[in-house]
Design a protein around this ligand. Structure first.
Ligand SMILES: *Cc1c(COP(=O)(O)O)cnc(C)c1O
Length: 362
Protein backbone atom coordinates (compact mmCIF):
# COMPACT_ATOMS: atom_id res chain seq x y z
CA UNK A 1 0.00 0.00 0.00
CA UNK A 2 1.29 3.46 -0.80
CA UNK A 3 -0.26 6.59 0.63
CA UNK A 4 0.06 9.59 -1.65
CA UNK A 5 1.09 13.02 -0.41
CA UNK A 6 -2.21 14.88 -0.42
CA UNK A 7 -2.17 18.68 -0.59
CA UNK A 8 -5.95 19.03 -0.83
CA UNK A 9 -7.46 22.19 0.70
CA UNK A 10 -10.44 20.27 2.00
CA UNK A 11 -11.67 17.68 2.70
CA UNK A 12 -8.02 17.24 3.45
CA UNK A 13 -5.35 14.78 4.49
CA UNK A 14 -5.85 12.86 7.76
CA UNK A 15 -3.04 11.35 9.84
CA UNK A 16 -2.26 7.83 8.56
CA UNK A 17 -2.01 6.56 12.15
CA UNK A 18 -5.56 7.76 12.81
CA UNK A 19 -6.93 6.09 9.69
CA UNK A 20 -5.15 2.86 10.57
CA UNK A 21 -6.64 2.87 14.04
CA UNK A 22 -10.12 3.55 12.67
CA UNK A 23 -9.60 0.71 10.21
CA UNK A 24 -8.59 -1.70 12.99
CA UNK A 25 -11.60 -0.73 15.07
CA UNK A 26 -14.07 -0.49 12.22
CA UNK A 27 -15.87 -3.85 12.38
CA UNK A 28 -15.63 -4.47 16.08
CA UNK A 29 -15.40 -1.27 18.06
CA UNK A 30 -14.79 -1.38 21.81
CA UNK A 31 -15.45 -5.15 21.79
CA UNK A 32 -19.12 -4.47 21.03
CA UNK A 33 -19.18 -6.55 17.85
CA UNK A 34 -20.38 -3.54 15.83
CA UNK A 35 -18.79 -0.38 14.46
CA UNK A 36 -18.95 2.94 16.27
CA UNK A 37 -21.27 4.14 13.47
CA UNK A 38 -23.85 1.52 14.36
CA UNK A 39 -24.62 2.37 17.97
CA UNK A 40 -26.94 4.91 19.55
CA UNK A 41 -25.53 8.38 20.09
CA UNK A 42 -27.25 8.20 23.49
CA UNK A 43 -25.53 4.95 24.52
CA UNK A 44 -22.94 5.09 27.30
CA UNK A 45 -20.04 4.02 25.04
CA UNK A 46 -20.76 6.75 22.51
CA UNK A 47 -21.29 9.42 25.18
CA UNK A 48 -17.83 8.46 26.40
CA UNK A 49 -16.39 9.02 22.90
CA UNK A 50 -18.14 12.37 22.65
CA UNK A 51 -17.01 13.57 26.05
CA UNK A 52 -13.43 12.38 25.55
CA UNK A 53 -13.24 14.30 22.26
CA UNK A 54 -14.44 17.48 23.93
CA UNK A 55 -12.12 16.96 26.90
CA UNK A 56 -9.09 16.47 24.63
CA UNK A 57 -9.98 19.48 22.50
CA UNK A 58 -10.22 21.55 25.66
CA UNK A 59 -6.77 20.29 26.68
CA UNK A 60 -5.26 21.05 23.27
CA UNK A 61 -6.49 24.65 23.20
CA UNK A 62 -6.66 25.22 26.95
CA UNK A 63 -10.38 26.06 26.73
CA UNK A 64 -11.88 27.06 30.07
CA UNK A 65 -15.35 26.16 31.32
CA UNK A 66 -16.37 29.76 30.54
CA UNK A 67 -16.70 28.48 26.98
CA UNK A 68 -19.18 26.00 25.53
CA UNK A 69 -17.84 23.60 22.91
CA UNK A 70 -20.53 22.70 20.38
CA UNK A 71 -20.36 19.93 17.78
CA UNK A 72 -22.67 21.19 15.04
CA UNK A 73 -23.61 20.32 11.46
CA UNK A 74 -23.95 22.28 8.23
CA UNK A 75 -20.28 23.17 7.89
CA UNK A 76 -18.76 26.61 8.36
CA UNK A 77 -21.20 27.90 5.75
CA UNK A 78 -24.17 27.24 8.04
CA UNK A 79 -22.39 29.27 10.73
CA UNK A 80 -22.38 32.25 8.35
CA UNK A 81 -26.17 32.34 9.06
CA UNK A 82 -26.20 31.02 12.64
CA UNK A 83 -23.86 33.77 13.86
CA UNK A 84 -26.02 36.78 12.94
CA UNK A 85 -29.14 34.87 14.04
CA UNK A 86 -27.69 33.97 17.45
CA UNK A 87 -25.52 36.93 18.35
CA UNK A 88 -28.01 39.79 18.46
CA UNK A 89 -27.19 42.30 21.20
CA UNK A 90 -29.55 45.12 20.28
CA UNK A 91 -27.35 47.15 17.92
CA UNK A 92 -28.85 45.66 14.78
CA UNK A 93 -25.55 45.66 12.91
CA UNK A 94 -22.41 43.62 12.72
CA UNK A 95 -18.87 44.49 11.65
CA UNK A 96 -17.00 42.31 9.15
CA UNK A 97 -13.38 42.42 8.08
CA UNK A 98 -12.96 41.44 4.42
CA UNK A 99 -9.71 39.65 3.64
CA UNK A 100 -10.70 37.33 0.81
CA UNK A 101 -13.06 34.68 -0.47
CA UNK A 102 -14.37 33.22 2.78
CA UNK A 103 -14.85 36.49 4.62
CA UNK A 104 -16.70 37.80 1.55
CA UNK A 105 -18.95 34.74 1.64
CA UNK A 106 -19.62 35.29 5.36
CA UNK A 107 -20.50 38.94 4.62
CA UNK A 108 -22.87 38.07 1.79
CA UNK A 109 -24.77 35.57 3.94
CA UNK A 110 -24.89 37.77 7.04
CA UNK A 111 -26.51 40.59 5.04
CA UNK A 112 -29.70 38.48 4.87
CA UNK A 113 -30.03 38.65 8.66
CA UNK A 114 -28.48 41.90 9.87
CA UNK A 115 -27.01 45.18 8.73
CA UNK A 116 -23.40 44.52 7.83
CA UNK A 117 -20.67 47.10 7.90
CA UNK A 118 -17.41 46.11 6.24
CA UNK A 119 -14.99 47.89 8.57
CA UNK A 120 -11.91 47.12 6.47
CA UNK A 121 -11.22 45.40 3.18
CA UNK A 122 -8.15 44.53 1.16
CA UNK A 123 -10.14 43.79 -1.99
CA UNK A 124 -8.55 46.88 -3.55
CA UNK A 125 -5.12 45.32 -2.96
CA UNK A 126 -6.23 42.11 -4.67
CA UNK A 127 -6.34 40.47 -1.24
CA UNK A 128 -2.56 40.36 -1.18
CA UNK A 129 -2.59 40.96 2.58
CA UNK A 130 -4.98 41.16 5.53
CA UNK A 131 -6.22 44.55 6.74
CA UNK A 132 -4.09 46.10 9.50
CA UNK A 133 -5.44 46.94 12.94
CA UNK A 134 -5.13 50.71 12.16
CA UNK A 135 -7.46 50.24 9.20
CA UNK A 136 -10.37 48.81 11.23
CA UNK A 137 -13.12 51.40 11.63
CA UNK A 138 -14.53 50.66 15.08
CA UNK A 139 -16.17 54.04 15.67
CA UNK A 140 -19.71 52.53 15.90
CA UNK A 141 -21.16 49.90 18.24
CA UNK A 142 -21.70 46.48 16.72
CA UNK A 143 -23.29 43.23 17.88
CA UNK A 144 -19.97 41.57 17.04
CA UNK A 145 -16.88 41.82 14.85
CA UNK A 146 -16.22 38.93 12.43
CA UNK A 147 -13.01 38.00 10.66
CA UNK A 148 -11.31 35.07 8.93
CA UNK A 149 -7.85 34.52 10.49
CA UNK A 150 -6.74 32.31 7.60
CA UNK A 151 -8.11 32.70 4.08
CA UNK A 152 -7.93 29.16 2.72
CA UNK A 153 -8.21 30.15 -0.95
CA UNK A 154 -6.09 33.30 -1.11
CA UNK A 155 -3.47 32.02 1.35
CA UNK A 156 -3.67 35.12 3.57
CA UNK A 157 -3.25 34.83 7.32
CA UNK A 158 -3.59 37.56 9.96
CA UNK A 159 -0.43 38.01 12.01
CA UNK A 160 -2.40 39.62 14.85
CA UNK A 161 -5.68 39.21 16.70
CA UNK A 162 -7.90 42.23 16.07
CA UNK A 163 -8.54 44.53 19.02
CA UNK A 164 -12.30 45.18 18.92
CA UNK A 165 -12.46 47.66 21.81
CA UNK A 166 -14.52 45.29 23.90
CA UNK A 167 -16.96 44.17 21.23
CA UNK A 168 -17.40 40.38 20.79
CA UNK A 169 -14.82 38.91 18.42
CA UNK A 170 -15.96 36.08 16.12
CA UNK A 171 -13.46 34.12 14.03
CA UNK A 172 -13.73 31.54 11.25
CA UNK A 173 -10.80 29.25 12.05
CA UNK A 174 -11.84 26.52 9.59
CA UNK A 175 -8.44 26.17 7.96
CA UNK A 176 -6.05 27.03 10.79
CA UNK A 177 -7.52 25.73 14.06
CA UNK A 178 -5.09 23.48 15.95
CA UNK A 179 -2.21 24.42 13.63
CA UNK A 180 -0.55 26.67 16.21
CA UNK A 181 -0.95 27.89 19.78
CA UNK A 182 -4.09 29.95 20.24
CA UNK A 183 -5.27 32.09 23.17
CA UNK A 184 -8.97 31.22 23.11
CA UNK A 185 -9.68 33.77 25.86
CA UNK A 186 -9.11 36.56 23.28
CA UNK A 187 -12.19 35.39 21.34
CA UNK A 188 -15.93 35.28 21.99
CA UNK A 189 -16.73 32.75 19.30
CA UNK A 190 -14.48 30.51 17.25
CA UNK A 191 -15.87 28.19 14.60
CA UNK A 192 -14.22 25.68 12.32
CA UNK A 193 -15.51 23.17 9.81
CA UNK A 194 -13.82 19.85 10.55
CA UNK A 195 -12.65 18.82 7.09
CA UNK A 196 -9.51 21.01 6.89
CA UNK A 197 -7.53 20.47 10.05
CA UNK A 198 -9.70 18.30 12.32
CA UNK A 199 -11.46 15.30 10.80
CA UNK A 200 -14.03 14.24 8.21
CA UNK A 201 -16.61 16.67 6.86
CA UNK A 202 -20.05 16.78 8.47
CA UNK A 203 -18.97 18.38 11.72
CA UNK A 204 -18.38 22.00 12.60
CA UNK A 205 -16.88 23.03 15.93
CA UNK A 206 -18.12 26.11 17.73
CA UNK A 207 -16.27 27.38 20.80
CA UNK A 208 -18.35 30.14 22.34
CA UNK A 209 -18.20 32.19 25.51
CA UNK A 210 -21.18 31.31 27.67
CA UNK A 211 -21.43 34.89 28.95
CA UNK A 212 -21.94 36.04 25.35
CA UNK A 213 -24.77 33.54 24.82
CA UNK A 214 -26.43 34.77 28.00
CA UNK A 215 -26.23 38.39 26.81
CA UNK A 216 -27.74 37.79 23.36
CA UNK A 217 -31.29 37.48 22.11
CA UNK A 218 -31.52 34.77 19.52
CA UNK A 219 -33.97 35.36 16.70
CA UNK A 220 -37.43 33.95 17.49
CA UNK A 221 -37.42 32.20 14.13
CA UNK A 222 -34.25 30.30 14.89
CA UNK A 223 -34.73 26.52 14.70
CA UNK A 224 -33.65 24.73 17.89
CA UNK A 225 -30.84 22.78 16.20
CA UNK A 226 -29.29 26.09 15.09
CA UNK A 227 -29.66 27.79 18.46
CA UNK A 228 -26.34 27.86 20.32
CA UNK A 229 -27.95 27.97 23.76
CA UNK A 230 -30.26 25.04 23.00
CA UNK A 231 -27.40 23.04 21.45
CA UNK A 232 -25.20 23.73 24.47
CA UNK A 233 -27.91 22.69 26.93
CA UNK A 234 -28.35 19.42 25.06
CA UNK A 235 -24.57 18.77 24.91
CA UNK A 236 -24.79 18.93 21.08
CA UNK A 237 -27.24 16.03 21.07
CA UNK A 238 -30.59 17.67 20.44
CA UNK A 239 -30.79 15.20 17.61
CA UNK A 240 -28.45 12.63 16.09
CA UNK A 241 -24.99 14.17 15.57
CA UNK A 242 -22.55 12.95 12.88
CA UNK A 243 -21.24 10.22 15.17
CA UNK A 244 -18.48 8.85 12.94
CA UNK A 245 -17.06 12.32 12.27
CA UNK A 246 -17.15 13.06 16.01
CA UNK A 247 -15.37 9.77 16.80
CA UNK A 248 -12.71 10.31 14.15
CA UNK A 249 -12.11 13.90 15.24
CA UNK A 250 -11.60 12.52 18.74
CA UNK A 251 -8.89 10.20 17.37
CA UNK A 252 -7.23 13.19 15.69
CA UNK A 253 -7.24 15.08 19.02
CA UNK A 254 -5.57 12.09 20.72
CA UNK A 255 -3.02 11.98 17.90
CA UNK A 256 -2.30 15.70 18.30
CA UNK A 257 -1.76 15.30 22.05
CA UNK A 258 0.64 12.44 21.34
CA UNK A 259 2.60 14.68 18.91
CA UNK A 260 3.10 17.20 21.71
CA UNK A 261 0.00 19.35 21.18
CA UNK A 262 -0.42 22.57 19.26
CA UNK A 263 2.93 24.11 20.21
CA UNK A 264 4.70 21.10 18.70
CA UNK A 265 2.50 21.34 15.60
CA UNK A 266 3.24 25.07 15.35
CA UNK A 267 6.98 24.39 15.11
CA UNK A 268 6.51 21.65 12.51
CA UNK A 269 4.06 23.75 10.49
CA UNK A 270 6.38 26.77 10.58
CA UNK A 271 9.24 24.63 9.28
CA UNK A 272 7.09 23.15 6.50
CA UNK A 273 5.82 26.55 5.35
CA UNK A 274 9.27 28.12 5.53
CA UNK A 275 10.72 25.38 3.33
CA UNK A 276 8.14 25.90 0.59
CA UNK A 277 8.09 29.73 0.69
CA UNK A 278 11.91 29.91 0.72
CA UNK A 279 12.09 27.72 -2.32
CA UNK A 280 9.36 29.69 -4.15
CA UNK A 281 11.05 33.03 -3.36
CA UNK A 282 14.51 32.00 -4.53
CA UNK A 283 13.31 30.01 -7.55
CA UNK A 284 12.76 32.98 -9.92
CA UNK A 285 10.20 30.70 -11.58
CA UNK A 286 7.41 30.17 -9.07
CA UNK A 287 5.70 33.12 -7.38
CA UNK A 288 3.56 33.75 -4.32
CA UNK A 289 1.86 37.16 -4.39
CA UNK A 290 1.06 37.58 -0.66
CA UNK A 291 2.88 40.11 1.55
CA UNK A 292 5.44 38.15 3.54
CA UNK A 293 4.10 38.85 7.04
CA UNK A 294 0.55 37.81 6.04
CA UNK A 295 1.42 34.60 4.25
CA UNK A 296 -0.61 31.57 5.33
CA UNK A 297 1.25 28.65 6.87
CA UNK A 298 -1.59 26.28 5.97
CA UNK A 299 -2.48 27.18 2.38
CA UNK A 300 0.28 28.23 0.01
CA UNK A 301 -0.80 29.38 -3.46
CA UNK A 302 1.85 29.77 -6.13
CA UNK A 303 1.92 30.50 -9.83
CA UNK A 304 4.08 29.26 -12.68
CA UNK A 305 5.62 31.77 -15.14
CA UNK A 306 3.19 30.69 -17.85
CA UNK A 307 -0.39 29.42 -17.45
CA UNK A 308 0.23 27.05 -20.33
CA UNK A 309 2.55 25.02 -18.09
CA UNK A 310 -0.10 24.28 -15.48
CA UNK A 311 -1.49 21.08 -16.95
CA UNK A 312 2.01 19.63 -17.38
CA UNK A 313 2.85 20.61 -13.81
CA UNK A 314 -0.23 18.91 -12.39
CA UNK A 315 0.20 15.78 -14.54
CA UNK A 316 3.82 15.41 -13.43
CA UNK A 317 2.82 15.93 -9.80
CA UNK A 318 0.10 13.28 -10.02
CA UNK A 319 2.60 10.81 -11.48
CA UNK A 320 4.74 11.33 -8.37
CA UNK A 321 1.76 10.87 -6.05
CA UNK A 322 1.70 14.59 -5.17
CA UNK A 323 -2.03 15.15 -5.29
CA UNK A 324 -4.54 18.00 -5.39
CA UNK A 325 -2.20 20.89 -6.14
CA UNK A 326 -4.58 22.77 -8.43
CA UNK A 327 -5.46 26.21 -7.07
CA UNK A 328 -9.01 27.39 -6.49
CA UNK A 329 -10.77 28.41 -9.70
CA UNK A 330 -11.17 31.98 -8.38
CA UNK A 331 -7.41 32.63 -8.06
CA UNK A 332 -5.95 30.06 -10.47
CA UNK A 333 -2.41 28.72 -10.32
CA UNK A 334 -1.40 26.09 -7.78
CA UNK A 335 -2.04 25.71 -4.07
CA UNK A 336 -0.39 23.41 -1.57
CA UNK A 337 -2.29 22.98 1.69
CA UNK A 338 0.04 21.95 4.50
CA UNK A 339 -2.33 21.02 7.31
CA UNK A 340 -1.23 19.14 10.44
CA UNK A 341 -1.63 15.75 8.78
CA UNK A 342 0.71 16.64 5.88
CA UNK A 343 4.20 15.48 6.89
CA UNK A 344 7.40 17.39 6.23
CA UNK A 345 8.44 14.67 3.75
CA UNK A 346 5.51 15.75 1.59
CA UNK A 347 6.98 19.26 1.38
CA UNK A 348 10.43 17.82 0.60
CA UNK A 349 8.96 15.73 -2.20
CA UNK A 350 7.03 18.73 -3.55
CA UNK A 351 10.07 21.04 -3.54
CA UNK A 352 12.17 18.37 -5.25
CA UNK A 353 9.53 18.00 -7.95
CA UNK A 354 9.25 21.78 -8.37
CA UNK A 355 13.03 21.99 -8.87
CA UNK A 356 12.97 19.27 -11.53
CA UNK A 357 9.98 20.82 -13.28
CA UNK A 358 11.71 24.19 -13.36
CA UNK A 359 14.89 22.69 -14.85
CA UNK A 360 12.83 21.13 -17.63
CA UNK A 361 10.91 24.30 -18.43
CA UNK A 362 13.23 27.31 -18.15
C1 LIG B 1 -13.76 25.59 3.81
C2 LIG B 1 -14.06 26.86 4.48
C3 LIG B 1 -15.38 27.29 4.68
C4 LIG B 1 -16.57 26.53 4.16
O1 LIG B 1 -16.72 25.31 4.81
P1 LIG B 1 -17.95 24.34 4.53
O2 LIG B 1 -17.76 23.29 5.58
O3 LIG B 1 -17.83 23.82 3.15
O4 LIG B 1 -19.20 25.11 4.74
C5 LIG B 1 -15.57 28.48 5.35
N1 LIG B 1 -14.54 29.20 5.82
C6 LIG B 1 -13.27 28.81 5.64
C7 LIG B 1 -12.16 29.67 6.18
C8 LIG B 1 -12.98 27.63 4.98
O5 LIG B 1 -11.71 27.24 4.80
Amino acid sequence: MSRAFNFCAGPASLPTAVLERAQQELLDWNALGVSVMEISHRSAPFIEVAEAAEHNLRRLLNISQDYAVLFMQGGATAQFSFIPLNLQRGFGRAAYIDSGHWSSQAIEVARKFTDVEVIASTQGQGYSRAPYQEELDLSSKFDYVHYTPNETIGGVEFDYIPDTQGMPLVADFSSSILSSALDVSKFDLIYAGAQKNIGPSGLCLVIVKRALLESTTASGYLPEVFNYRAVDQASSMLNTPPTFAWYLSGLVFEWLLAQGGVTAMEAINAAKAKKLYSYIDQSEFYRNPIEVHHRSKMNIPFTLPDKALETAFLDGANKRNLLNLKGHRSVGGMRASLYNAVPEEAVDALVEYMQQFKQQHI
